[in-house]
Design a protein. Structure first.
Length: 434
């Protein structure tokens, strides 16, 4: 057993004992009432899941194992000479519930590099799709093609005990995380760079190698990928992609099946596709206004026109947050440091100044502030990645870190099949009109 896996294995028994004791003492206690509105309105704010890796506080924002994003930027190991946190460090933190050191990070980088070989049939399967297929479609197909490599599926077919489920889920998750950058980069180069593919560089870290395979060897872009992959990795358990991976995984579907399902959720406009919608809306605004340097008054009028047409301003608002997304601020700080005079950054900054007040004045928006999607496109475009329909694939590669960590823990803790009850409107009418 490799040292990373052995280390994780040592965490399981104490966690199982802690949960067993907690349930024995508090299992029958109520967490509160569920309202009729919550049942009809997407189960908003209903506490119904366990997600140990991160927690989203409406006022404080996301915390990974208790650490805020600014704290992670300070505490997580960096690439030699770099200033942004390494995703390997974030993965170690949320998997092990302990802050990693440089050796932990190097060990993970080396493990993922060894696991990163993608079977040829995966590329052939992607190549069978039309070039016009959306990159997220190609990404999900590539993930499912990788499923031929599932260790959990093979072991389950042989017959293994429940106590062994986590070991094979761990192998699948580690292999999948290692191979996703190669698959994603292949799709990018196939779709936008005439199929001129770039071989991986195993000497680089996970995110740096991803940037290299995409064709961006600028060290600043590598730093951006390290930051991007870290802050997009996890967002507690109730968002569509995380919940879907947990739900599908609860049926003992393997990591490939579960993650592919989650990526189909991420592809929705109300979830991960929003980063594509933000930059599209911004570029359309600039075209309609006929200027690359619109004034705040011009932006305000365009926002009013968008709302007046019954549309939303993408990138603003959040189902849980009631403040500016700390992930947005991390990206804004990156832009202020590396590209303060970038014309598109100045536009994004003016949008940041203008939109919240307009949304708040409508009286209909609980959170008028920008979320993570409102900034990422500008950063990517600055370095030449102008193909915004690929942006959600980047999000998907990052999100693998969080959702697959949770899947490993689901199997380690023997989490059951998820099967909530349901009711009908007629039965509710009888209950409350009696």
């Amino acid at each position: 057993m490799d040292r990373i896996k052995e280390h994780f294995g040592s965490k399981i028994a104490p966690a199982q004992a802690e949960i067993k004791a907690f349930l024995a003492e508090h299992g029958e206690k109520s967490l509160g009432e569920i309202t009729v509105a919550q049942v009809y309105q997407g189960m908003r704010s209903m506490t119904a899941l366990i997600c140990e890796t991160s927690k989203l506080d409406p006022q404080e924002g996301i915390r990974f194992r208790g650490y805020s994003i600014p704290e992670l930027q300070s505490l997580l190991p960096k690439y030699p000479g770099g200033e942004e946190p390494l995703p390997e460090g974030l993965f170690h933190l949320i998997l092990m519930n302990e802050m990693p050191d440089d050796d932990d990070v190097r060990r993970l980088s080396n493990s993922w590099a060894r696991r990163a070989i993608v079977p040829p049939h995966v590329f052939k399967t992607i190549d069978a799709l039309p070039m016009t297929a959306h990159p997220m479609t190609q990404f999900v197909v590539g993930i499912m093609a990788l499923r031929t490599e599932t260790e959990f599926g093979k072991a389950y077919a042989r017959g293994i005990g429940k106590s062994e489920y986590w070991e094979y889920t761990y192998e699948d998750a580690m292999n999948l995380i290692a191979r996703l950058p190669r698959v994603a980069a292949y799709i990018y180069r196939r779709a936008y760079k005439n199929g001129e593919h770039i071989e991986p560089d195993p000497k680089l870290d996970w995110a740096g190698n991803f940037a290299h395979m995409l064709g961006y060897d600028n060290e600043e872009f590598r730093e951006l990928m390290r930051l991007y992959m870290t802050i997009h990795s996890d967002h507690e358990g109730g968002n569509v992609s995380a919940h879907t991976v947990h739900l599908v995984g609860s049926a003992l579907s393997d990591a490939y099946q579960s993650f592919a399902a989650g990526m189909n959720g991420l592809a929705g406009p109300l979830h991960g596709l929003a980063n594509q919608e933000v930059i599209k809306w911004t570029l359309e605004m600039l075209e309609d206004l006929g200027t690359q340097e619109p004034s705040k008054d011009q932006i305000a009028q365009y926002v009013h026109n968008t709302l007046g047409a019954g549309k939303v301003v993408p990138g603003f608002g959040h189902a849980v947050l009631r403040k500016t997304d700390p992930r947005y601020m991390a990206q804004r700080e990156f832009a202020q440091k590396h590209m303060p005079e970038d014309p598109l950054f100045k536009v994004i900054s003016n949008i940041f100044d203008v939109v919240p007040g307009i949304l708040e004045a409508t009286g209909k928006v609980k959170n008028p502030y920008p979320n993570v999607d409102a900034h990422s496109g500008q950063l990517l475009m600055h370095y030449g990645m102008v193909e915004y329909d690929f942006y959600t694939v980047l999000f998907g590669v990052s999100r693998a870190l969080g959702v697959l960590t949770n899947l490993i823990w689901d199997r380690a803790l023997a989490m059951p099949l998820e099967r909530p009850g349901s009711t009908t409107t007629e039965l509710l009418k009888k209950k409350f009109n009696a």
